[in-house]
Design a protein around this ligand. Structure first.
Ligand SMILES: Cc1cc2nc3c(=O)[nH]c(=O)nc-3n(C[C@H](O)[C@H](O)[C@H](O)COP(=O)(O)OP(=O)(O)OC[C@H]3O[C@@H](n4cnc5c(N)ncnc54)[C@H](O)[C@@H]3O)c2cc1C
Length: 456
């Protein structure tokens, strides 16, 4: 089979690339290959009753399938160059913001209308944060919510399904350069295309690494973020979340001068398991629908680590830490902040008596046996710093889940067109190591589609 363009991966990067290509030139022959299921078949078996924790499905429906890792996410599209990736380093700050804004407009057009856009512009909270050694980063954030995000994806799929060949449950096993074209190989078939866009996200990281080695495309190691997910009554953080929804706050610790930051804040949300290559970590999201909201807010507190010489494997380091929590807890560990600072493990009884009701069933335990001291000290310091802007954060009954890890793919050497040294082979989204978010990944897809359209 011959195609003009083949896209590997149907996450936000792949979907937006596909949409932009087809919308601008409906005569293009485009195929999308995706390891996971189509949207309606995606379902995580954890129901909190019969199946309480991850059972390592063959393909993880949280991470894979139409919509990618973003499908069941909170759908927070941050429009900013301050975090979420370094796309602007390749395409320029102005272009990056322009494309993220365009993605937002499309999301509104495809079912997201009516959702709220929050902004840090002119907020008095910045001053309060600064007075307490906390730095509030600038951003606009559109919160689609897990439910609306799903509707938007459904609408995109309905628009694309008759115009594009989708191959679900079909992993691309290899890509070969073939006389100016590319041969895209799956278990059962081979396909030829003029241009190939690789958008395999976090779950495709090992495959991407192998492919780069084989095609001699240079890569460099990236950082990893390790920490915990904090869960507390929503009232405690309401001043911040009511105005900003998500606040990205950075704190520099007194002890080690390490930067600890908040990440992925979910007002009235739920804490969930995440499975990356068989390692169970923690994440969170929240629904736009009031009926699905909980009484708690959750967010991550993360510390970045980047190893270079002689040990380069930042992800491997974090995997070992996460494996330790899986070994001790059989999955994610939960601990009351009060137990952590008293140097004792949480027990079923202490969690039951806790005034904050956990939204994820996790194993009560002791995070100090899992997280390296330097990281844990930084997190504890930041909880006390946050307590000054959101009193109650350092309450004994604040819950900590561990470990949360943000793995970043190694960075693939791509140029200002997001093209590898092989002409016509593009790498976008989180799989490139350049983006780490829905908005940056989506924007990178639109950017590459437009580059291809210019050449067609
Ligand atoms: C629970 C959760 C909540 C999140 N919440 C947010 C949020 O609120 N805001 C935010 O900005 N970000 C959030 N993120 C991160 C966000 O989802 C990612 O940054 C984004 O999805 C990256 O898009 P992508 O297209 O680059 O990759 P992905 O979304 O990871 O998509 C890549 C796709 O490629 C497929 N694939 C991989 N290898 C192959 C192969 N060899 N052949 C075929 N297909 C392959 C995968 O199955 C996957 O579907 C969240 C992530 C998770 C897991």
């Amino acid at each position: 089979m011959n195609y003009d363009v083949i896209i590997v991966g149907a996450g936000p990067g792949g979907i937006f690339a596909c949409y932009e290509l087809i919308k601008s030139n409906p005569t293009l022959k485009v195929a999308v290959f995706e390891t996971g299921h189509s949207l309606e078949k995606r379902s995580c078996p954890i129901d909190g009753e019969k199946i309480k924790s991850c059972i390592n499905c063959k393909t993880c429906s949280i991470m894979s399938g139409f919509g990618g890792a973003g499908a069941f996410s909170d759908g927070k599209y941050n429009i900013t160059n301050d975090f979420g990736g370094t796309l602007h380093e390749h395409i320029g700050k102005k272009k990056a913001i322009e494309l993220m804004t365009y993605v937002d407009q499309l999301n509104m057009q495809y079912g997201g209308e009516g959702t709220k856009m929050y902004s840090t512009a002119g907020t008095r909270l910045r001053k309060i944060c600064l007075q307490n050694k906390l730095n509030l980063l600038d951003a606009q954030v559109r919160h689609l919510g897990t439910d609306k995000n799903y509707v938007v994806l459904q609408n995109f799929y309905n628009f694309l399904k008759d115009k594009v060949d989708f191959y679900f449950e079909t992993s691309v096993t290899d890509i070969q350069a073939d006389n100016g074209n590319y041969k895209v190989i799956t278990k059962d078939n081979e396909y030829i295309c003029d241009k190939c866009i690789i958008s395999v996200g976090r779950s495709g990281s090992s495959w991407m690494e192998k492919l780069c080695k084989k095609l001699r495309i240079a890569t460099k190691s990236n950082r990893v973020d390790i920490g915990v997910r904090v869960e507390l009554p929503a009232e405690i953080f309401s001043e911040l979340t009511d105005e900003l929804y998500e606040s990205k706050i950075v704190y520099r610790t007194e002890k080690f001068e390490d930067a600890v930051r908040t990440f992925c804040m979910n007002p009235n949300g739920i804490v969930v398991n995440e499975n990356t290559n068989g390692i169970v970590t923690v994440n969170g999201h929240s629904y736009e629908d009031n009926a699905l909201k909980t009484k708690n807010t959750n967010f991550a507190l993360l510390v970045s680590k980047h190893f270079s010489e002689p040990f380069k494997d930042s992800n491997g380091y974090a995997e070992s830490v996460a494996k330790l929590s899986n070994m001790i807890g059989g999955g994610v560990i939960i601990q009351r902040f009060g137990d952590l600072i008293r140097g004792r493990r949480s027990t079923e009884k202490r969690i039951e008596e806790c005034t904050t009701t956990p939204t994820l069933s996790a194993t009560p335990g002791d995070l100090s046996l899992v997280l390296p001291k330097r990281i844990l000290d930084g997190i504890i310091e930041m909880i006390y710093a946050l307590d000054k802007v959101a009193p109650g954060t350092a309450n004994d009954d604040t819950l900590l889940y561990g470990v949360e890890v943000k793995f970043y793919n190694m960075e693939v050497m791509i140029d200002e067109n997001l093209e590898t040294k092989l002409k016509g082979l593009y790498v976008i989204g989180d799989g490139s190591g350049v983006t780490h978010s829905l908005s940056h990944a989506s924007a990178s897809g639109v950017f590459v589609a437009r580059k291809i359209l210019e050449e067609k």
